[in-house]
Ligand binder design. Structure first.
Ligand code: CO
Length: 503
């Protein structure tokens, strides 16, 4: 009776993985609460509760019984294709988790805490030197981690693989340098043209009106409020406890309406992905959101390809004007469209436009390679940062808070993370091109306020697979092409040639 034996074992695995997912999702709920509603005084015990649950999850995820079960299942020929993938991927994660000595897990957690505190203090005091010693310790631990994980060519590969399975420096070296050259050449053409005015985007906007407009946009995208909600937090993020409970957050400033709008659409894109995961696969790789590149391809598709398109705002701009009549009742759609797509080199990554954004990423990528593969002394970091900003973006950094201290990532120990932002944009452009081929009336539909055809397509081709495929695999399956920059370059060229009247 081999078949029933296999299904009995597979059922045992599902049961274990669901229990593990329950613990992890309970942690996610505690973390969400920490960022939204927890009173300040709750921090100490909340930290303790999260540590206890993290240890429990680590024990469950590395238990010898789980290992034995996976070994048995790997030998079974009767598994369906999805079951087999679920078993293989769970086995891969199991082996990875087993490789970490508990001393390293603890050291990394503690270093991240200290490094984060030092980063906050360094920003307050405008002193990189306050951050430097803790960052140095963190880098040393990340190098140690890379050695434990192993890598094909250089230690940085091990860190890239943590954020996108199979990603290597070699892959990035084939994509980033030519993309960089193309973007810089396009940027210099744009800079020879007059800039459209965008001052009206910074006009006063009532917070209650902003909040309601954010909800309106989520609704327009197809966000299901029976299976999710929006709240306020210091930094916008998306989290999920199951496909039936997905949370987005936003923040508002009275003179930054645009920041709220596009961050709302961005997080909405992440959330639609989470809501579209197959609930029956809860706890298994097939029911989990894939690694960062696919996740970011969803947020950026909505934020940029859709959310900065003329077609989308043809329908929604009247709603914007109605809610914010001063000054927008006097701003024509075309002027609004040009303003929201303004290209301008700047110091801050998160405020960058769609085009120069990637230059910010290439700078971090160059620095991370030097930190992990070579032995760049930490104290040389600000000078290198500032020199790269002068070279690539032609902007001058006069304060480290606006420079090397602007991102939180390194303080968490997230190295190898930044490249996934650019890859997410490239992949978004590939989905967008495919969507336009398969849904030929796409612009007309968007101009009539219809986003359901897009969401249905994403559900069918992307969301339904969870993390069964890497970004590269999914890209080939859906578009027939490898993950590359061609579609993105066609997209930005078409868009900015029109906006700036280039030849
Ligand atoms: Co994102």
């Amino acid at each position: 009776m081999p078949k029933s034996d296999t299904s009995r074992l597979y059922h045992q695995l599902v049961k274990r993985m669901r229990a593990l997912a329950d613990i992890k999702n309970a942690m996610a709920l505690l973390q969400w609460d920490q960022e939204t509603y927890m009173p300040k005084g709750g921090a100490q015990f909340r930290g303790q509760q999260l540590t206890t649950l993290a240890e429990l999850a680590h024990r469950m995820g590395t238990s010898p019984a789980l290992g034995k079960l996976l070994e048995k299942l790997l030998d079974k020929a009767e598994l369906s294709e999805v079951e087999r993938k679920n078993v293989e991927l769970t086995h891969l994660y199991y082996q990875k988790a087993k490789r970490y000595p508990s001393s390293l897990v603890k050291a990394l957690t503690q270093a991240a805490n200290r490094c984060f505190m030092a980063w906050i203090q360094a920003r307050q005091e405008h002193q990189f030197a306050v951050f430097a010693p803790e960052l140095e310790k963190m880098i040393a631990l990340k190098k140690q981690e890379a050695e434990i994980l192993g890598y094909p060519a250089c230690p940085y590969d091990a860190l890239l693989d943590q954020h996108e399975r199979g990603l290597t420096t070699e892959i990035l070296e084939n994509i980033f340098p030519p993309l960089q050259a193309n973007l810089i050449s396009l940027l210099s053409k744009i800079q020879q043209k007059p800039q459209p005015p965008d001052d009206f985007l910074y006009a006063y906007a009532d917070k209650q009106q902003q909040w309601e407009f954010g909800l309106y946009l989520l609704q327009a995208m197809g966000f299901d409020f029976n299976k999710g909600r929006q709240d306020l937090s210091e930094h916008p993020f998306t989290t999920s406890f199951s496909p039936h409970d997905v949370r987005v957050t936003t923040r508002m400033h009275e003179h930054q309406l645009a920041t709220m709008v596009w961050s709302c659409i961005h997080e909405g894109g992440h959330a639609l992905y989470e809501q579209g995961l197959p609930a029956e696969q809860y706890g298994m790789p097939g029911g989990q959101a894939s690694s960062l590149v696919i996740h970011e391809s969803q947020s950026r598709l909505w934020e940029n390809c859709i959310g900065r398109s003329l077609a989308f705002w043809t329908f929604h701009y009247p709603a914007w004007q109605k809610r914010f009549p001063t000054p927008f009742s006097h701003i024509a759609l075309e002027d609004f469209y040009r303003a929201i797509n303004l290209v301008k080199p700047s110091l801050i990554r998160t405020e960058a436009d769609e085009l120069t954004y990637h230059l910010h990423i290439f700078i971090r990528y160059e620095i991370e390679k030097k930190l992990i593969n070579e032995h760049l002394p930490i104290q040389e970091l600000p000078d290198l940062w500032n020199a790269l900003y002068a070279e690539m973006l032609d902007v001058k950094v006069s304060d480290d808070v606006q420079g090397v201290l602007q991102d939180v990532h390194w303080s968490h120990g997230s190295l190898g993370y930044f490249p996934t932002y650019t890859l997410g944009s490239l992949l978004a452009a590939q989905w967008w091109e495919q969507l336009q081929q398969e849904l030929p009336q796409l612009d007309e539909a968007l101009a009539q306020g219809q986003t359901a055809p897009i969401l249905n397509w994403l559900r069918k081709h992307i969301h339904g697979y969870g993390s069964l495929y890497t970004a590269e695999e999914l890209c080939r399956r859906v578009t027939g092409k490898p993950l590359q920059a061609d579609a993105f370059l066609r997209y930005v060229q078409q868009k900015y040639f029109r906006i700036y009247g280039l030849e």
